[in-house]
Design a protein around this ligand. Structure first.
Ligand SMILES: CC(C)(COP(=O)(O)OP(=O)(O)OC[C@H]1O[C@@H](n2cnc3c(N)ncnc32)[C@H](O)[C@@H]1OP(=O)(O)O)[C@@H](O)C(=O)NCCC(=O)NCCS
Length: 177
């Protein structure tokens, strides 16, 4: 059984396994879903998804966190991924992210994932600050971050090859939510 990281009312966030590649490769092959991911906004091939899942498993082993797999608790359906990663694979800041298969949009899941990942980061990993970045035009993702308590910090081109909107959530601010 894959290791469970945390649970919400409706969702389980757990460590990925290579058995997740099939369903995730289906989700991340959708250009609409990937429009605001990475600097190219291109859909991913199965090979890329395999690499990313292998990398996530290794990152979890080394640092205790990664871009986890998200399942519905009632059905066990894998709906996407979310969690914590060193920004741009380098850090030192830790970035919160989430991404759902298109059939699972519009149910409040991303907000639930963001809140649960942030709580895990502050409570269990002892982090002091999280950041998140979005394409400025990714209105849905920006709403998710605000709903999860993040503050909007303005545009930045510091982390990726594109200009992103930067968000921040400190442990102090999170403790007041
Ligand atoms: C963006 C994404 C994560 C939103 O997930 P979701 O589970 O549908 O989001 P939620 O249901 O928690 O919605 C949160 C808020 O965003 C709004 N929202 C969601 N998608 C939206 C969209 N496409 N346009 C405008 N608003 C949107 C919701 O109405 C809700 O608003 P509210 O706070 O006023 O109620 C999902 O569409 C997705 O995975 N997209 C592709 C990948 C991606 O862009 N990931 C984020 C990269 S930074």
């Amino acid at each position: 059984m894959p290791e469970i990281i945390t649970q919400t009312d409706r969702l389980t966030l757990r460590v990925p396994t290579m058995d997740d590649v099939d369903v995730l490769a289906g989700y991340w092959a959708d250009p609409e879903t990937m429009k605001y991911i990475g600097h190219s906004g291109e859909a991913w091939t199965r090979e890329v998804v395999e690499q990313r899942i292998a990398q996530a498993i290794e990152r979890q082993r080394i640092s205790g966190f990664c871009f986890w797999v998200v399942e519905r608790r009632d059905t066990g359906t894998v709906i996407g991924q979310g969690g914590l990663v060193p920004v741009a694979n380098k850090g030192p800041e830790i970035e919160l992210g989430y991404r759902l298969g298109r059939d699972h949009w519009g149910h409040g899941y991303a907000t639930e994932i963001a809140r649960a990942s942030a709580a895990y980061g502050f409570q269990s990993l002892g982090l002091d600050r999280l950041i998140a970045v979005t394409y400025p035009e990714n209105i849905g993702s920006r709403r998710v971050l605000v709903n999860a308590g993040f503050d909007e910090m303005g545009l930045t081109d510091r982390y990726y090859d594109i200009t992103c909107m930067l968000y921040e959530l400190t442990k102090e601010r999170w403790a007041t939510l």
